[in-house]
Design a protein around this ligand. Structure first.
Ligand code: FAD
Length: 310
């Protein structure tokens, strides 16, 4: 490996968080390699909402624009390629890719999480259009219409209160699986939310939403079915790095400290991989924080100690 090949920072995941980190590093003229497999978490969605300046634009358009910005910085390269392994230590990390190994002094994990939907016929096809994860992202467009929730645990009541309070007076909660908690009957009655204690067996797209069939034969028309899907790290090798994780409501995420340091010196993390709330703007902010921190750690290595993992 030639010294010239050593990158200052390798960024794994070139979406909202990773590309933003690259922008900061490029503006410091640092040698950066971004690796990306082209599957941002909201890839299935035709529009990303709540992103200032980009509200309602297609996720791919936003990411293409950021990639376009990066083209102005000759020290930044973006590679449409997966990273399959990471070893080594600060100043000498070794990334495994299909096109060979890459050495880097610092690493930013920005490779996100994936959603694992319950196995219900029709649901996956609707993900991002009428099967939805977040009312802030997609609720405004369907406000005032019949909305439903696929109940998979106590978080469903949280969603029911949100939707009923500010998005629609017609909300149904389907007790699909898991325990909704002891207050489910009383709370839904008080909210004016219809509670269906029968699992969803089929979802079929209809104009402006979907038709939901429950095991007891009930049929519901909905403009949006909200659910909390289970999440997992998108890059399998992340789970093998020995980094501390925290349990989120849908799955694990990486534990980080100030400036998004992890428990291993020289490895930073950004975006959905470090926070349970899946929204683009925190991922962009994380990218900026992490890109500048990774840069300054090259100048002052002692100022960014790893967190104590527990
Ligand atoms: C259906 C849906 C709709 C959404 N809509 C909205 C919305 O309207 N507004 C909003 O604010 N938020 C929305 N979100 C949330 C938003 O998608 C995430 O918060 C955001 O994408 C997180 O950005 P990120 O950069 O952390 O990760 P991601 O965008 O998930 O990007 C991770 C990147 O890493 C790449 N990658 C993974 N593994 C590897 C590997 N081994 N090697 C190289 N690259 C790898 C992936 O291909 C991907 O490009 C939505 C989420 C979902 C599920």
């Amino acid at each position: 490996m030639q010294e010239a090949d050593l990158k200052d920072v390798a960024i794994i995941g070139g979406s909202f968080a990773g590309l933003t980190a690259a922008l900061q590093l490029g503006r410091a003229s640092r040698k950066v390699a971004v690796f990306d497999t082209g599957r941002p978490r909201n890839a299935a969605s035709p529009a990303a909402h709540g992103v200032p300046g980009w509200d309602g634009r297609a996720p791919g358009d936003i990411l293409s624009a950021i990639r376009g910005d990066l083209a102005a910085y000759p020290t930044v390269s973006v590679h449409d390629r997966a990273v399959t392994g990471l070893s080594g230590e600060a100043d000498a990390f070794r990334l495994t890719t299909a096109a060979g190994e890459v050495m880097a002094r610092r690493v930013i994990l920005a490779c996100g999480v994936t959603d694992r939907l319950p196995d219900i016929p029709g649901l996956a096809e609707g993900w991002g259009t009428w099967a939805l994860h977040c009312p802030y992202c997609h609720g405004y467009e369907i406000k005032g219409q019949p909305l439903s929730i696929l109940g998979r645990g106590p978080m469903a009541l949280h969603m029911a209160r949100m939707l009923r309070t500010d998005w629609s007076q017609d909300v149904s909660l389907i007790a699909h699986e898991g325990d909704l908690g002891p207050d489910a009957d009383a709370e839904t009655a008080a909210l004016g939310v219809s509670l269906h204690r029968s699992p969803l067996i089929r979802a079929e797209p209809r104009k402006g939403g979907a038709r939901l069939t429950l095991a007891d034969g009930t049929v519901l028309q909905t403009a949006g079915l909200f659910l909390h899907a289970d999440t997992a790290f998108a890059a399998p090798f992340v789970a093998d790095l020995g980094l501390a994780t925290l349990a989120g409501p849908t799955g694990p995420y990486l534990k980080t400290g100030a400036f998004n340091v992890t428990g291993r010196a020289g490895i930073f993390a950004a975006g959905d991989i470090i926070r349970p709330a899946g929204i683009v703007t925190p991922a962009l902010a994380d990218g900026a924080i992490t890109g500048t921190a990774a840069h300054q750690s090259l100048i002052w290595p002692d100022r960014f100690p790893p967190i104590m993992e527990t």
